[in-house]
Structures are given as structure tokens and as C-alpha cells.
Design a protein around this ligand. Structure first.
Ligand code: FAD
Ligand code: NAP
Length: 541
């Protein structure tokens, strides 16, 4: 057991996904001494852990990638419109090699506790190996979707076959051929993996509690000409994403949904559906604020499901009716609905008869329906956004516990800082746009904001920054008010914590727009961070 506390780092970063990697790169360029602590054995975060069959991005690859280095973006070649997990992980690996990042990353190590040490004016981070790391700044790059959630069904220990969680997929290949497989969940991870598993297994049983909306990806190999066209003006393309509503380039809305002509309304919805991906969400200005307009998309999606699924009853069960379109993270599918036309796939509706327990040979519902399977897949999601932060026992000034402070829901200033927790930053933290955007854009914006802030502080001979209670209260109120103007809070989604029993129901991401949010953050910086409590740490006598 070694104690690193005698090595005073300027910053300790937790997490070596795309956030932590870029943060390390930037701090090094500032000449700061930084270390990254990472549970996994290598870089990549999400793309290290989520190796399930069919895993790929739902934001186009030309956008779902770093923009900070012109040579990197020119030289890297994506092969598909939406890259698959192995290629994205290869990209993370390439970035780590290219910028020699690994030498400052401690892998295989989980941070369990972190506390502000007022006496020395820095953070101490304790790991599961019992080591302490001391840093002047603490930067949490933990990800929003890095704590997988497996329901505590009784009996799992008795199950005789193998079981997997999509968010902790093994590194070795998993072979389902010849097996009867059961999958629990129909969110994005399930929607991507179901067609793949169905193609391999003898039989696949899908246990669905709530259906989800999915738009077609129309994935395809990237065309050399389109790549050349983007790369020719990559800087401008990226600038478009930086100042967009959701962090990626997409067509503007054609107007309010009920004010455009019938022809334009229909043709525009169809055009965007045929384009694929998230562009459908911005068809009209009010898709997410008007129930009447939203209903058009619900009907459109239901029609699409009926066209794609042969059995009318299965199509009905697959059609969401409990939440407005787009108010849960929209899934982007490849052959998902058609998969239910296969003879070896069965959809089991468990909305009124939930899973009761796992048995040695499968599972049984509360109503007594029994299902035998050889292998089980949990595609049951994550304790999102707050889960990774609250997984660490974080203590600020006066031993203030983050878990206590957030008992009724997260409280942050800009989703970047927390009052009572000096010199701590949260990349894509709660109450920032994060999961409502192309997260690469959100990550770069936060990392660059933090970098600029630390640079400015150094130039002004300051080394302590903390959110004030007043600004934090105002930001929390603002994020909730902006959320309440939309239909988002109506859905029982992980955006509101509904997937975790006992979690306070709070709409957590900032939905005011990535462009608006960037302007707010820029204004705070431009005003000399006056909205923060700034100072110098005086060593105690
Ligand atoms: P992560 O990639 O989650 O990395 C955080 C790292 O922190 C992890 O490696 C974790 O092990 C580590 N960590 C956490 N807690 C600790 C601790 N206590 N101690 C030490 N280490 C710790 N977003 C998009 O915009 N587009 C997409 O297409 C997209 N697809 C996704 C697909 C899947 C399957 C999932 C789960 C998410 C997807 N996301 C997508 C969101 C995705 O999480 C982000 O795009 C991005 O990868 C997040 O990077 P990050 O570095 O912030 O977090
Ligand atoms: P998710 O969206 O939370 O879906 C979890 C699924 O498991 C839901 O269908 C849920 O049903 C079901 N479930 C949970 N507990 C259950 C229980 N006790 N009994 C029965 N069913 C249960 O999780 P995810 O699919 O892993 O996706 C999470 C997020 O990660 C996505 O929204 C997205 O942001 C990101 N992601 C992106 C991609 C991509 O396309 N690039 C792929 C995967 C993930 P209920 O809805 O009824 O709760």
C-alpha cells in the first residue's frame, strides 16, 4: 500500500473516458501536474465497458469525435456513418497513444472517498487500494452513464447459466449460438443488441416493461466524397456544432408544427425520418413543448412500427403510449422492429406482470408465468448523472457530504461546480446540457471552460474557486423552470431518475439549449468569474 499524498498534484482527475483524457491533455499544456485515476484497465470509458453486440454511437461519427486537434480530425478515418464500439474504442486508444496520455493515468483503481482538506487547501482522494492522492483541484470526469443498474431480482445466484449486463460486457467474445437467451429491457442498449443476439441465438425472449420510440439510423459505410467535403471545412463544421442547440449540425426547424402547411408538415417529417437519427427532433420549434404537435410524431412513429412489424398485436405492444415522443432518449435503431418478425424472437409484455424472481433455469413473473432460458442479458440501464458522483463519498468544506447535500436532488452551479466544494469541477455534471447533446461537444466545452478558468486564476494570482449558494440556488431554479416548459418531465425516464427506486424525481439535464448554455458559461468567464467566490488559500500557521 503506497501513499501518494506526499506528491502534491496540481489536479487529480477521476475517469479516463473522453472527458478525463481531454482534461489531462489540457492541463499538461498548461504545465500543470495532473494524474488521472480510472477503475478500468484502459482508456475509453463508455466504450471500454459497453462491448455488447451492436453497440455503436447514435450521433454521427464525423461529429462524435474530438475537434480540438486539426491533425487528429483530418487523419482519423471513420468507416461508418455511426461507428461501432470497437472502432470508437480504437479511436480512444489512438488518442491516448498519440498524446502519450497513459503515463499519467493510474488504471485499475477506483476512487472511493474524496475530501477537501482545508488545512492544506487541497483535495485528498482515497482509492480502493487504500492509496491517497492529493491535488489542489479535483476534477470529476466520471461520466453520466458509468454506473450500470441491475435490478435486485431475488434468485440470481441460483441461475445456472451465464448472465451479462450490457454496461459491463466481457472482453472475451460471447457466443449465444444454439442457446435460448432472455433479455430484460428495451432501451437503447437493448434496441441495439436485440437484432444481433437474435441473429445468433436459437431463441431470444425479450422482456419488455415499457416500449421506446426508435428512429432508423440508416447506417452505411461513409462515402469518401462526403468525408472529403466535411474535412475540407472541418473547422466550420465543428463551429456549427459548437453553437447548435444540441451539439451537432442539423437542419433548423421549419416553424411551429401547427402553423406550417399540411404538405410541408408531412413532407418534412418524412424527409427527416428518411434522413435518420436525431434530426427528426428539430422538425418544428415545438416538438418538445406542444402536446398537440408531439402527438403527430407519436402517430408517425406508431404507423412506422405497424409497417415494420408483421403481427399487429406485437406492433401494438411495441408502440409507446406512456410518454411523449423524444422525452426519453430517442433510440436510433438498425432493424430493431423487423427483428420481431423472426420466428426465433418472442416479445413478452411484463408491464402488468413484472419479473418476480430468477430461477435456476430462467425467470418467473409475479403472476407465475415461467420462462426457461440458457443465458440472461440485463439491458437495464444506469444510475445516471448523479450515480457516479454519489458513488464516491465526497466531502467538502466543514465535512459537508455531497450525498447529504443532494438528498432531495442535485444542486450545482452551471453543472460544473457545487457550493461548499471548493476547487472541484464536474465535467458534464448534473444541470448541464450533457446527455441531451452530442456529448463530445459538451465534454469539449466543459474541459475548455475549466482550462480557461484555471489559466485566468493563475494570471490573477488566485487559487481557490467556489460556487456561491446564491448563484447555485438561482441555477437550480432556472434549470427546473426551463425543464418545466417542456414535455420532458412527463416521462418516467432516467433523465428524472425514475429508473432507480427511491431516487428523488428531478429533471436533471439542462434543456435550455447547448448554444444558450455556452453563452451563459462564456459570459461568466468574460465577467471575470465574479459570480464565484474567488480567493487565495492561506496556509494555516
Ligand atoms: P465515461 O465514458 O463514462 O467515462 C467515465 C470513466 O470514469 C469510466 O471509465 C469509469 O470507469 C470512470 N470512473 C467512474 N467512477 C470512477 C471512480 N469512482 N473511480 C475511478 N474511475 C471512475 N453519447 C453521445 O453523445 N453519443 C452517443 O452515440 C452515445 N452513445 C452511448 C452509448 C452507450 C452504450 C452509452 C452507455 C452511452 C453513450 N453516450 C453517447 C454517452 C457517453 O457516455 C458519452 O458520449 C461519453 O462517452 C462520456 O465520456 P466521459 O468520459 O464523460 O464518461
Ligand atoms: P435505459 O434506457 O434506462 O433502458 C433500460 C431498460 O431496462 C428499460 O427498457 C427499462 O424499462 C428496463 N428495465 C429496468 N429495470 C427493469 C426491471 N426491473 N424490470 C423490467 N425491465 C426493466 O438503459 P440503456 O438502454 O442502457 O440506455 C441508457 C442510455 O445510454 C441511453 O438512453 C443513451 O443515452 C445511452 N445509450 C446510447 C446508445 C446509442 O445508441 N449510442 C446505446 C446504448 C445506450 P422501463 O423503461 O420500464 O424502466
Amino acid at each position: 500500500m503506497s501513499d501518494q499524498s506526499s506528491i502534491p498534484y496540481d489536479a487529480v482527475i477521476v475517469g479516463a473516458g473522453f472527458s478525463g483524457m481531454y482534461m489531462l491533455y489540457n492541463l499538461r499544456r498548461l504545465g500543470l501536474r495532473a494524474i488521472v485515476i480510472e477503475t478500468a484497465d484502459d482508456v475509453g470509458g463508455t466504450w471500454y465497458w459497453n462491448r455488447y453486440p451492436g453497440a455503436r454511437c447514435d450521433v454521427e461519427s464525423m461529429e462524435y469525435s474530438y475537434s480540438f486537434d486539426e491533425d487528429l480530425q483530418q487523419e482519423w478515418e471513420w468507416t461508418e456513418r455511426y461507428s461501432a464500439q470497437p472502432e470508437i474504442l480504437e479511436y480512444a486508444d489512438h488518442v491516448a497513444d498519440r498524446f502519450d496520455l497513459r503515463r499519467d493515468i493510474r488504471f485499475g483503481t477506483r476512487v472511493t472517498r474524496a475530501w477537501w482538506d482545508g488545512d492544506s487547501g487541497g483535495w485528498v482522494l482515497e482509492t480502493d487500494a487504500g492509496e491517497n492522492f492529493r491535488g489542489h483541484y479535483c476534477i470529476m470526469a466520471l461520466g453520466c452513464l458509468s454506473v450500470p443498474r441491475r435490478p435486485d431480482f431475488p434468485g440470481l445466484d441460483s441461475f445456472r447459466g451465464p448472465w451479462y449486463h450490457t454496461g459491463r460486457w466481457p472482453h472475451e467474445p460471447v457466443d449465444f449460438s444454439g442457446l435460448d437467451v432472455g433479455i430484460i429491457g428495451t432501451g437503447s442498449s437493448a434496441i441495439q443488441s436485440i437484432p444481433q443476439i437474435a441473429g445468433e441465438a436459437r431463441h431470444l425472449t425479450v422482456f419488455q416493461r415499457t416500449p421506446n420510440f426508435a428512429v432508423p439510423a440508416w447506417n452505411r459505410p461513409l462515402d469518401a466524397d462526403e468525408v472529403r467535403a466535411i474535412k475540407k471545412n472541418y473547422a466550420a463544421f465543428r463551429e456549427g456544432a459548437r453553437w447548435s442547440h444540441s451539439g451537432y449540425n442539423c437542419d433548423d426547424a421549419v416553424g411551429p408544427g401547427l402553423e406550417v402547411s399540411d404538405n410541408l408538415r408531412k413532407s418534412e417529417m418524412e424527409r427527416r425520418w428518411q434522413h435518420g437519427g436525431f434530426t427528426i427532433l428539430s422538425t418544428f420549434d415545438d416538438v418538445n413543448t406542444s402536446m398537440e404537435v408531439n402527438r403527430l410524431f407519436v402517430d408517425f412513429a406508431h404507423d412506422n412500427i405497424r409497417r415494420r412489424v408483421d403481427d399487429p398485436e406485437t406492433a401494438r405492444l411495441l408502440s409507446p403510449t406512456d410518454h411523449p415522443f423524444g422525452t426519453k432518449r430517442l433510440c436510433v435503431d438498425i432493424d430493431y422492429f423487423e427483428t420481431y418478425n423472426r420466428k426465433n424472437v418472442t416479445l413478452v409484455d411484463i408491464s402488468d406482470d413484472p419479473i418476480g424472481r430468477i430461477t435456476p433455469t430462467g425467470l418467473v413473473t409475479e403472476g407465475g408465468r415461467t420462462f426457461d432460458v440458457d443465458a440472461l442479458v440485463f439491458a437495464t440501464g444506469f444510475d445516471a448523472m448523479t450515480g457516479p458522483l454519489l458513488g464516491i463519498d465526497i466531502r467538502g468544506s466543514e465535512d459537508l457530504s455531497l450525498r447529504d447535500k443532494w438528498e432531495a436532488g442535485p444542486r450545482t452551479y452551471l453543472g460544473l461546480t457545487v457550493a461548499g466544494f471548493p476547487n472541484m469541477f464536474t465535467i458534464t455534471g448534473p444541470q448541464s446540457p450533457s446527455v441531451l447533446t452530442n456529448m463530445m461537444s459538451a465534454i469539449e466545452q466543459h474541459v475548455e471552460w475549466i482550462t480557461d478558468c484555471l489559466t485566468w486564476m493563475r494570471h490573477h494570482d488566485l487559487d481557490r474557486i467556489e460556487a456561491t449558494e446564491d448563484e447555485e440556488d438561482a441555477w437550480v431554479e432556472h434549470t427546473i423552470a426551463v425543464g418545466d416548459e417542456t414535455l420532458y418531465p412527463l416521462a418516467n425516464s432516467w433523465y428524472v431518475g425514475a429508473n432507480i427506486p427511491g431516487k428523488p424525481r428531478v429533471f436533471t439535464p439542462y434543456v435550455g439549449g447547448f448554444d444558450t448554455y455556452r453563452r451563459i458559461c462564456d459570459r461568466v468567464a468574460g465577467d471575470g468569474y465574479r459570480t464565484f467566490d474567488l480567493g487565495r488559500i492561506e496556509p494555516r500557521p
